[in-house]
Design a protein around this ligand. Structure first.
Ligand SMILES: C[S@@+](CC[C@H](N)C(=O)[O-])C[C@H]1O[C@@H](n2cnc3c(N)ncnc32)[C@H](O)[C@@H]1O
Length: 250
């Protein structure tokens, strides 16, 4: 499969999406439920980041290991394996939708060689490998207590990183504008989706400064969702940032 053209990668992803849905349908989860959101949709958000300038990034990284951190059931990790990459999943059972049973079940069904590593990113963790070409850190940063430690650690061991996280232009009541300042808002445990594992909601300038101070150059950025009146807490004012980062260390 050619990695040179990202539109071709997306064609394969669309096929994989259909195949994976059939695999899950034909193998209903008995003692758990499959992760409830469309993980592969991230690949279409990433298209907007790569543009034509970085469209051959996957080809450039061929042969280098990839990590999917916060992978849920690993739909994306198993797709990257199909593209020919060696892949590690890093996730933590007590925060994972089904305690990693979904990822392990797919591993078995696909006869996969993806490494599944139980790593708590809220601890002073070690990465399973010394070097990665690419890390996906999608939809997890706002769940982490210590984003600085995680991003600094990754920058020392990884060339590129795709990151996505919830961001906000305002605080929940709309009373404080965050858009112009490099800040992070710390949520109350019940404030956002009644999910106490949600911690830090950055402003876009805050997120970019964090990445910069952790050793990353921001190569490309985009914002999706409520890009006008997003706030830190309410479900209908949800905005996400996607960044492509390049390490200054590696
Ligand atoms: C919202 S899901 C994101 C799934 C997928 N990456 C996506 O973007 O669609 C967040 C994932 O991060 C993982 N996670 C949250 N806190 C974690 C921690 N402290 N250590 C490791 N993984 C964690 C969860 O278990 C879950 O699989």
């Amino acid at each position: 499969m050619t990695l040179d053209s990202y539109p071709r990668v997306l064609e394969s992803a669309a096929q994989w999406h259909t195949q994976l849905a059939a695999i899950k349908r034909d193998n209903p989860a008995v003692d758990f439920s499959w992760y409830g959101y469309d993980i592969l949709a991230n690949l279409w958000h990433i298209e907007g980041l790569l543009g034509s300038e970085h469209g051959s990034l996957f080809a450039q990284l061929a042969g280098q290991p990839v990590a999917d951190i916060g992978a849920a059931d690993g739909d994306l990790a198993y797709f990257m394996e199909r593209l020919g990459f060696e892949v590690d999943v890093l996730d933590w059972p007590s925060t994972n939708w089904n305690g990693l049973l979904g990822a392990r079940r797919l591993h078995q069904l696909l006869e996969s060689n993806v490494g599944i590593h139980e790593v708590d990113l809220d601890s002073q963790f070690k990465l399973p490998r010394e070097r990665y070409g690419l890390v996906f850190l999608l939809g997890i940063l706002y769940h982490l207590k210590n984003p600085f430690f995680v991003l600094e650690k990754l920058a020392r061991h990884t060339s590129y990183c795709f990151i996505s996280t919830r961001i906000a232009r305002n605080t929940a009541g709309g009373d404080l504008n965050l858009e112009q300042a490099p800040v992070a808002y710390l949520l109350d445990p019940q404030e956002c989706n009644n999910d106490a594992t949600n911690f830090w909601i950055f402003s876009m300038p805050g997120l970019k400064r964090l990445c910069d101070r952790c050793g990353w150059d921001v190569v490309a950025e985009r914002r999706v969702g409520n890009v006008v009146t997003s706030n830190s807490s309410s479900p209908d004012h949800d905005e996400r940032a996607f960044l492509l980062l390049r390490s200054r260390h590696v």
